[in-house]
Design a protein around this ligand. Structure first.
Ligand code: 13P
Length: 277
């Protein structure tokens, strides 16, 4: 999916979901726009829902979609969780080795690639940390940064499929305008033909996305926008329910679902992935 996106000059939306409601809402956005989609799950969500329930819920929602939908494990430093979802047949995993030294990160990434590829599962690699704590994983400061030649060489030696470098973005809401690094994407893309992933998509503009995609980004991660759409629509619904003294959960689920679907429809439009499925 992402190799095709890189060749055709767009990015696949990679959207973090929290439950079956948000899962079906993001798939609905992809189906309506005829966009390929990567559904992402954080380690925290996998642990709370359970791998089996998450896998079967995804399969049942995705098999009804007539666009390609992949299931990806987001930032995971924990090898046991990686092994678990690889055995369960997920499409891909992000092995987050950014808390390790460069030597350990390379050695362990190569081990994860061997394990995942043996089961046909792709591996996204992060050895520099993307700033910001998301669902309990990560750090608010840059712990490890390398030059792009090192990133490309490690990718070549470990055989990973996708690269997640530091690009000036951060997880969560931006408190100040970030210094974005599409130039780094361009330099890395000149050294490696592996699709490059942009993390921290929430809060960037259409022009920001365009410059990253033109430089070679082929997967853009969105999480906070889903959480905000989900919680704000629930908040609005609950205020109305309180005013009317009418308490009907299914109508709140509908409002949440509509809000999440429209947030992702906007991303699909910005990433140029509509009509590409
Ligand atoms: P945001 O929460 O900033 O959208 O970032 C999402 C992300 O990069 C998930 O890995």
């Amino acid at each position: 999916m992402t190799r095709d996106a890189r060749a055709r000059g767009f990015a696949v939306p990679a959207v973090n979901i929290l439950d079956d409601l948000s899962l079906r809402a993001v798939i609905a956005a992809a189906v309506r726009a005829r966009s390929p989609l990567i559904v992402q799950v954080s380690v925290k969500t996998v642990r709370s829902v359970g791998t089996d329930l998450m896998t079967t819920t995804f399969q049942s929602a995705a098999e009804r979609a007539d666009v390609p939908v992949a299931l990806h494990l987001d930032h995971c430093p924990d090898r046991a969780v990686i092994s678990d979802v690889v055995r369960a047949g997920w499409s891909s995993v992000l092995f987050d080795a950014s808390d390790r030294s460069l030597d350990d990160a390379e050695r362990e990434t190569a081990e994860v690639v061997a394990e995942a590829h043996a089961r046909g599962v792709d591996v996204e690699s992060e050895i520099e940390n993307i700033v910001g704590v998301e669902d309990g994983v990560g750090s608010d400061v840059a712990l490890h940064s390398y030059d792009v030649a090192t990133l490309a060489a490690v990718a070549e030696r470990t055989g990973v499929d996708l690269l997640a470098p530091q690009l000036g973005t951060a997880h969560g809401e931006y408190k100040a305008r970030p210094v974005l690094r599409p130039d780094r994407v361009r330099e890395l893309a000149a050294l490696s033909d592996r699709p490059i992933v942009l993390h921290g998509g929430t809060g960037l503009s259409r022009e920001d996305f365009r410059s990253f995609i033109e430089a070679g980004v082929a997967k853009i991660n969105i999480s906070t926008a889903v959480k905000v759409a989900y919680m704000r629509s629930a908040e609005t619904h609950l205020a109305g329910a309180r005013a009317r003294d009418k308490w009907d959960p299914p109508s709140m689920f509908r409002d949440i679902s509509d809000a999440v679907t429209s947030a992702i429809a906007e991303c699909i439009d910005e990433f140029g992935s509509a009509g590409r499925a």
